[in-house]
Every structure is written in C-alpha cells, then in structure tokens.
Design a protein around this ligand. Structure first.
Ligand code: DAH
Length: 355
C-alpha cells in the first residue's frame, strides 16, 4: 500500500504547481494510461496473497477515484483560469468610433446592361459574350465587309499587329458570327460588351459599350424587328407610347438596313423622350444579309432574321440625364456616388417577380 500512498503524495505535490492543460493531461495518462502507474497496480492484484487481495483491491479503487477527482478538479480550474485570462486580455473597447463604411455603387453602364438584359430576356433572348480582342475576319470579312470596303474606314480601328489580323473589336457584331458558328439555328441572342474606336470627344470615347441583337429563324421578317424594338424602347424608357421611325441606311451585314430614331423634345434644357417633333438616332438594324448567313453555314433560303446594334452608354446618358460621356470612364468616385446605383436596386423594368 505504500506504493499507492507515494503515488498520491507525488500527485498532490505536482498539482500544487502552476500547470497548463497539456501537462495535466500528460499526468493523467502517466497514471491511468495502459502502462500507467495506477494501471500497473491493478495488474499486481493477481500476485497478491489471497488474504490481502480484497483489501488491496478496494483501497486501490478508492485511491484511483481520489486521484481521478483531483485531476478533474485541476482541469476545471485551469479551464476557468484560461477563460478569465482571455476575458481580461480580449476586452472590447466599445468606446472606439466605428471604421468608416464605404458602400460601393453600381456604375450606370452596368445598371443599363442589366436593365437591357432583363428586358430582352422577357421575350426569349439569351445573353452571349465575345472577346474584346477579335480577328479581322469576325469583325469585318465574315460580316460581309471585305478588305478595301469603304465601310471599314468609318470604324477608326485599333489594329494590334502589322498584318492587321488582330484588332480591338469595333462593334459587337462579331458576336453574331461567333454565335452562329458554334450552334445551329434558330438564334435569339443579345450580346452586350465593350467596343473600341480611335475617337474621343464629348459624345465619343475610345472605349464604349454596345449591345447587339440577333434573331434568326424560319419566317422572321421586318415586322418582327419593328415589334421587338418598339417593345424594347418603351420598356427601357418606361413609357406607354413612343414615337419611333425607321430611316433607310446602309450596313454591309444587313439588307435592307435602317437606322431607328425616336421622338423627343427639349424641356428646360433637358431631353424628354417620347414627345415632340425632334428625332434622335439610337440604333442601326436590318435583315441579316444572306452573305453573312452563308459565311456561317446557315442556309439563307431556309433561315432569315434581323439584327440590331446600339450604343449602351448613349442609352444610359439619355435615360439618366448624363451629358458628358467621358465622365463615365474617369473613375471619379464623387461622380459614381452621384450617378451610381445601390447594389440592391432591382432594375425598374424588372417584372419577373410580380408576374
Ligand atoms: N455594328 C453597327 C455599328 O457599330 C451597328 C449595327 C447596325 C449592328 C446594324 C447591327 C445591325 O447588328 O444590323 O455601327
């Protein structure tokens, strides 16, 4: 029994010193682990003379319980102490002023793209994308604009190599080509994105945004084009009625081609869309030229349709009364704070939830 007493005395002594949790756990396994001091006492029971055995075993059990209690009490103590120390150290000073919270704004161009996409998605258009760096072929040749075609001169193109094979796309029309090459008709897509031309003044920036539309199916005609654009313009400007006119024009990739003007008037120095007898050009469109369809292996006898392209920045300027395009891309936070949108603003014409 003196062994047991020794073990207990030693433990009591050790427990008096300052210990951390892992040291106490170590002591626990030194005592009660497989080859621990207490465990080996239990192994001894069989070797003890029968007369002594019962007494030894019961004393051993008592001491074992005592030791376990001592250790558990110590563990509780240490845990309490740790919490106390933490509370002391990690005090939160609630008198500190909060850090300034800057809430970002959505750029009018991004907002306008969202609005345009949701309007067209209501009538079955899906959204496609193409890269800013395009091949000369997709940007011009496939769109029925061969080399030396005068229409190329109007685009002030940024070429990226000597051979003029790579360029920054001058319009979103090459997405028509990409879409038709990768799938089979019918097609009903819009393609918003960045476009580039070497041009800069109050209404032109070298980087600007366009949205392309393309609808190809059997029996699509100009009536569908008119209906689609009329619906879009009314939804976009949130008007019940608009004045819209188709003016004959020319684009190599459409035949016939038209430009669309909408009616407006000036009121107190501001443009008011939908009324008045002045006209504002807002987009180009037409029936997709058979040569374009042939270039993407679509049979123009079986399939035809319309395409359109418009400047997103200009639409944003008109809708939100912003008169200098260059400010769009200056990254001036004061400007963005004024003209930007809160992230949780749902586009005003988004009706998906209530329908
Ligand atoms: N890509 C033309 C431009 O940037 C706009 C355009 C006109 C697109 C007629 C079309 C279209 O799809 O059919 O000037």
């Amino acid at each position: 029994m003196s062994d047991l007493k020794k073990i207990k005395d030693e433990l009591l002594l050790k427990l008096k010193s300052k210990l951390n949790l892992s040291e106490v756990n170590q002591m626990k396994s030194d005592l009660f682990g497989k080859n621990g001091l207490v465990s080996s006492q239990f192994k001894k029971i069989g070797t003890i003379a029968e007369t002594e055995r019962k007494k030894f075993a019961s004393e051993l059990n008592v001491i074992k319980d005592e030791l376990q209690d001592l250790i558990n009490v110590k563990i509780k103590e240490i845990e309490k102490e740790e919490i106390r120390e933490k509370l002391q150290k990690e005090k939160i000073d609630i008198t500190l002023p909060e850090r300034p919270f800057v809430r970002g704004k959505i750029h009018p161009v991004s907002q306008t793209i969202d609005e345009i996409s949701s309007i067209f998605s209501e009538i079955g258009f899906s959204v496609e994308e193409g890269p800013d760096v395009e091949s000369e072929y997709n940007n011009f040749t496939a769109l029925n604009t061969p080399k030396n075609h005068p229409a190329r001169d109007m685009h002030d193109t940024f070429y990226l190599d000597e051979k003029k094979e790579r360029l920054l796309r001058t319009h979103t029309s090459p997405v028509q080509i990409r879409t038709m090459l990768k799938d089979k008709p019918p097609f009903k897509i819009i393609a918003p994105g960045r476009t580039y031309r070497s041009d800069s003044d109050q209404t032109h920036a070298p980087m600007f945004h366009q949205v392309e539309g393309l609808h190809i199916d059997k029996d699509i005609n100009m009536g569908h084009l008119k209906g689609c654009l009329n619906y879009f313009i009314k939804e976009f400007f949130e008007l019940d009625k608009i004045k819209m006119r188709f003016r004959p024009s020319h684009f190599p990739f459409t035949e016939p081609s038209a430009e669309v003007d909408i009616g407006y008037e000036m009121k107190d120095g501001k443009i008011v869309i939908g009324e008045g007898d002045q006209w504002l050009e807002i987009l180009g469109c037409g029936m997709v030229h058979p040569n374009v369809l042939r270039n993407v292996k679509v049979d123009p006898i079986k399939f035809q349709g319309y395409a359109f392209g418009m400047g997103i920045d200009r639409l944003a300027m008109l809708k939100y009364g912003i008169n200098d395009l260059r400010a769009f891309f200056d990254c001036d936070y004061r400007w963005l704070n004024h003209f930007g949108f809160d992230p949780l603003d749902v586009p005003t014409n988004y009706r998906g939830l209530s329908r």
